[in-house]
Structure formats: structure tokens, C-alpha cells
Design a binder for this molecule. Structure first.
Ligand SMILES: C[S@@+](CC[C@H](N)C(=O)[O-])C[C@H]1O[C@@H](n2cnc3c(N)ncnc32)[C@H](O)[C@@H]1O
Length: 520
């Protein structure tokens, strides 16, 4: 089978040509832990640390990086969640790393500029139907990410593959991106009217992409639909939502506003798929207050303390809220107030305000949890951990402890150093630094949204403790960063960690992810 239109092939070892590379733009706001001035790690090449920032930014990208997903033949066929999330994580790590170095023109690269040049080698097999490892509702910020995992291989429009039919080669549509620009595409979460390819300067023709859609209609073959929506948090670009499988049920011709013939295709969503784009539409309506948020208990749990409202929602039972606590927005140190640097911190990694609309919600079996109404891009800063720094001793009976010795698990962002001209023999890692002096924070009496984050053995966020001296005072900040793209309303969870420096009893994990270790 061949890949559909728009796929690019680069022979092994060959330096890819940048000319055809095109991509959507990305925001530079979410450069994540790997870009901050606090990067540390084993094996980091000299000059890449913060203190040597100038040397790092002197480094040039001299060739166009080629991202190889390293998907073997078996994985091309079967795929799985772990493979997809590892690919996406590595890809985003490279994207962020590229935003820290100079490009061939000698300018400090922005994700926008360099990413246009980042070539992908995807060996993922073109297929009809769902793609292993990709779930309905998964989000992407670049069409290149969709290409990488084999979901959709062209920047816009229809992706098709060649199929043999009674000895004849035909093209069959396998996925489409609906831009949502036509009113018909944007409104109904269960169907859409999709306009064929071409028609801007002449009549549309029934060939290639359009013919592949006709073939899918005739064969009653399912087509993957990706809905594009504007990325409100990014400066430019789209978020792409995988909305599951659709069937084409009808097609007809119309005259466009410019008077040319266009083909229209009616797509209907297959039943029994979890809501994806539909959920986004609901959130839009809740935010605009066109519809009341079901289960809303409180509009703002922070009572104005946060820059954005933190809603409290219970769609599970009658509980009216968590046990009482004081809402604070930063860490309280034992003697004196918060760290003096919290308001004028030069550290870009950690902001003091919320960037995403967060919601505390009642889970089925793990008390209250935290999620976002906005999509969160991998690497984004989410919030700080607020609470009281406490002495060892009281933590055994405290469910709201942040134990710095438990977050020291190795976590790597930069998996492909050679792509950005770094020494591949020395594994560059974005190891979470363990502060010299372990500490405990309790968010039992005072805390912020972070106190509601539950544990998962397959987490989507991680905490980065940062300690440094500022104005003669030893300051600690704990920043929470997304390690994956997180769709709206997906619970935010982190790995509480297996190692407990201060003792404590184990609890049974009820999250039951595929990699669940049973307890935390
Ligand atoms: C920091 S609190 C999280 C918020 C808490 N769910 C609440 O209602 O306030 C930690 C506590 O939540 C519960 N919890 C968190 N993750 C869990 C999991 N994966 N399975 C079972 N209980 C969990 C445990 O009771 C744990 O001690």
C-alpha cells in the first residue's frame, strides 16, 4: 500500500530538502521545562546549561533536522498507546529544544521558524479506520504530529491511499481535516458537510482527492475526521481534535459564492463513539454562559484569589465541596511570608497566574480531582504547588503532602540530541533536579488547585521543584508542567512516586491505568 498524497519520503541518511516543508505555526509560549534557566542534568554538553546560556544560543542548527520515529515493522501494524505517547513526547521535546538554539540564519530560533524546517520521517502505515494508539478525543497542535502517528498525512483536506479494486488502482479517502470554516462544518458535532478540493479559480474536478471521497461513499468505507479549531491560548495556529470515524452518506454539486462548481459531501459520525468535538462545543457554550454547566456547585473556588475562576463541579453525588481549607496562591515559608521572588521572578518557567481555566470535580472513587476546560499543550506550565512548608512528623495523617523526595524520578525530555547538534553519545537528559535539602509541603490547611491532583501511574503532568537563593532568602517553587497534550476535561494527574523519604503508608491506586503499579 502506498501512503496518500502529501507524504514525503527521504532515503536513509540523505539530508532532506527543506523546500517542501511546510507546517502550521506554533506558539512560543509553551517552551516548558527544557527551555527554562534551570535546566540541569547528567551528561548535558558544556554550554547548554543556563549559566552558559550565551554559549548555547551561539550554537547553530546547520542542517535540517530529520525526526525519525523509529517505528519498527511490527509497530507499524499494531501500534499502541505507549509508542504513540513516547513518539509525541520525543517530538515535542525536539520542537522545544529547537526553540532554544540559533538557526542557520543566525537568529535565535523560535518554534515557529525552526519547526517549519523540521522534517518528519514517519513509517506509519496508511490504513482505513482507527489508528492503534490514537483515541477519539486526542489532540494535536501541528499536522506534522498527526502525520507522525499515522492519523493524517497532509496539511489540509483529504488524505487518501491507493487500493486495488478488480485489478484497477483506485484512491480511497481515509481521513479528512475539517477546518470548521464553513458554517455547516462548525456547528453539528455529529455530522458535517465537507467541501471538495479546489474550486477557488475554476470548477472543482472529480479527480484525486474528490474522487477518493466518492470512492469512500461508494464503498461505504469509514473515514477518520479531524476537526480543526483555533488555538485560543497559542498566538497562532490550530488545535486538531481527532473526532473518530465517520461515513460519507451523500454527495452533490453546488455553485460556490464565486460561481464555480463545488462538490459537497455529507459526513455522519459513527454511533457509540465517545464525544470529542461535541465536548468542545459544550465547553464553548458553558464558557459563554449560553448553557449552565451541569453539576456546577461553585463558580470560583478560589474566591477571586486566582486570575481565572476555578469552578467546582459535582456530577457524581450530592457532596457540596471538599473539606474547608484556605485558598492561597503560593508557597508559605515557615518564618515569614512567601518567597520574595514570587512576584518579580525572572524565571520564565513558572508564572504566578493561571493560564488555563481549571475545574475541581468530583471523581467516581478518588474524591475530588482537577482538570482543565482548555486544551493544554505538552510542556506548558499549569500551576504552582501552594501550601505550608512543614517539618517532618505530621505527614503520616496528611493526604495533601508534597514530598520533594518523591518527585525525583528520572524524567527525560530531550531524547534525540543529535537533531539539535548535540552530542548523541552523551545522553542529554532533562533530569528533574532533586533539591539538595528535601522538604515537605502540606496543602491540608492552605493550598491551591494543586492539592486536588490525584495520583496516576500513567500521569500527564509532572512537578519540577526549583530551589535557589534570591535576595538572600532560600526560595522554593514547585511548578507543574504538562508532559503530554491534554484534551479539555481530561483529569490532570501526576505520579506521587514510589520512593518516600519520610516513610508513610501505601494506598491502593484506584486510577487503574494500563501501567498501574497497584499502589502509591
Ligand atoms: C492530594 S489528595 C488529592 C485530592 C483528593 N482526591 C481530595 O478529594 O481532596 C491525595 C488523596 O487523594 C486520594 N487519591 C489520589 N489519587 C488516588 C488514586 N490513584 N487512587 C486512590 N485514591 C487516590 C487519596 O486519598 C490520596 O491520599
Amino acid at each position: 500500500m502506498e501512503r496518500g498524497e502529501g507524504s514525503r519520503k527521504f532515503p536513509g541518511g540523505e539530508e532532506p530538502n527543506t523546500k517542501n516543508a511546510s507546517n502550521n505555526v506554533t506558539s512560543t509560549a509553551d517552551v516548558g521545562p527544557s527551555s527554562g534557566p534551570l535546566k540541569r542534568g547528567r551528561g548535558r554538553p558544556k554550554g547548554s546549561q543556563n549559566s552558559k546560556k550565551s554559549k548555547q544560543s551561539d550554537r547553530l542548527i546547520k542542517w535540517v533536522p530529520l525526526f525519525q520515529g523509529s517505528i519498527n515493522k511490527v509497530n507499524q501494524e499494531t501500534g499502541n498507546d505507549e509508542l504513540v505517547s513516547s513518539l509525541m513526547m520525543r517530538f515535542n521535546a525536539v520542537r522545544r529544544r529547537l526553540s532554544q538554539v540559533k538557526n542557520v540564519r543566525g537568529e535565535v530560533s523560535t518554534a515557529l521558524r525552526t519547526f517549519k524546517d523540521l522534517q518528519l520521517r514517519t513509517n506509519t502505515k496508511a490504513r482505513v479506520g482507527s489508528v492503534p494508539g490514537i483515541k477519539v478525543g486526542d489532540i494535536f497542535f501541528l499536522w506534522g504530529e498527526m502525520e507522525l502517528v499515522g492519523l493524517h498525512a497532509v496539511p489540509v483536506g483529504t488524505n487518501f491511499m491507493k487500493v486495488e479494486d478488480s485489478g484497477e488502482d483506485k484512491r480511497l479517502a481515509i481521513s479528512v481535516v475539517s477546518s470548521g470554516k464553513n458554517a455547516d462544518e462548525a456547528q453539528d458535532p455529529d455530522s458535517l458537510i465537507y467541501t471538495g478540493f479546489g474550486g477557488q479559480e475554476s470548477d472543482q474536478k472529480l479527480d484525486r482527492m474528490n474522487l477518493s471521497l466518492v470512492e469512500a461513499l461508494t464503498k461505504k468505507s469509514v473515514v477518520r475526521v479531524i476537526r480543526a479549531v483555533e488555538d485560543e491560548k497559542g498566538s497562532q495556529g490550530n488545535v486538531y481534535i481527532y473526532d473518530g470515524l465517520y461515513s460519507i452518506t451523500d454527495m452533490w454539486e453546488e455553485k460556490s459564492s464565486s460561481g464555480f462548481k463545488v462538490f459537497k459531501f455529507k459526513f455522519v459520525r459513527q454511533p457509540d463513539q465517545k464525544p470529542a468535538f461535541g465536548l468542545w462545543k459544550s465547553i464553548e457554550q458553558w464558557k459563554k454562559k449560553l448553557v449552565t454547566r451541569p453539576g456546577l456547585v461553585l463558580e470560583d473556588l478560589s474566591n477571586g484569589a486566582e486570575n481565572l475562576k476555578v469552578s467546582l463541579v459535582n456530577e457524581v453525588d450530592d457532596e457540596k465541596g471538599p473539606s474547608s481549607f484556605s485558598y492561597i496562591t503560593s508557597l508559605k515559608h515557615p518564618c515569614g511570608d512567601s518567597c520574595p521572588c514570587s512576584n518579580d521572578c525572572k524565571n520564565k518557567m513558572i508564572g504566578t497566574s493561571l493560564k488555563f481555566s481549571l475545574e475541581v470535580f468530583k471523581t467516581m472513587d478518588r474524591g475530588w480531582g482537577l482538570r482543565s476546560l482548555d486544551p493544554i499543550r505538552a510542556g506548558s506550565f499549569i500551576c504552582e504547588f501552594a501550601g505550608d512548608i512543614i517539618q517532618q512528623g505530621d505527614e503520616e495523617t496528611d493526604d495533601y503532602i508534597f514530598d520533594s523526595s518523591r518527585v525525583s524520578k528520572l524524567f527525560q525530555w530531550n531524547y534525540e540530541p543529535e537533531l539539535v547538534g548535540e552530542d548523541a553519545s552523551k545522553k542529554v537528559s532533562e533530569v528533574i533536579s532533586r533539591p539538595a535539602i528535601p522538604f515537605l509541603i502540606s496543602a491540608k490547611k492552605s493550598g491551591n488547585v494543586a492539592r486536588f491532583m490525584n495520583h496516576s501511574c500513567s500521569p500527564n503532568v509532572m512537578w519540577q521543584p526549583i530551589s535557589r537563593e534570591e535576595k538572600g532568602v532560600w526560595c522554593i517553587h514547585i511548578g507543574c508542567f504538562a508532559i503530554k497534550h491534554i484534551p479539555p476535561l481530561m483529569e490532570l494527574t501526576y505520579d506521587y512516586g514510589a520512593f518516600r523519604g519520610y516513610g508513610g503508608k501505601k494506598k491502593t491506586c484506584l486510577r487503574r491505568s494500563k501501567k498501574c503499579s497497584g499502589s502509591f
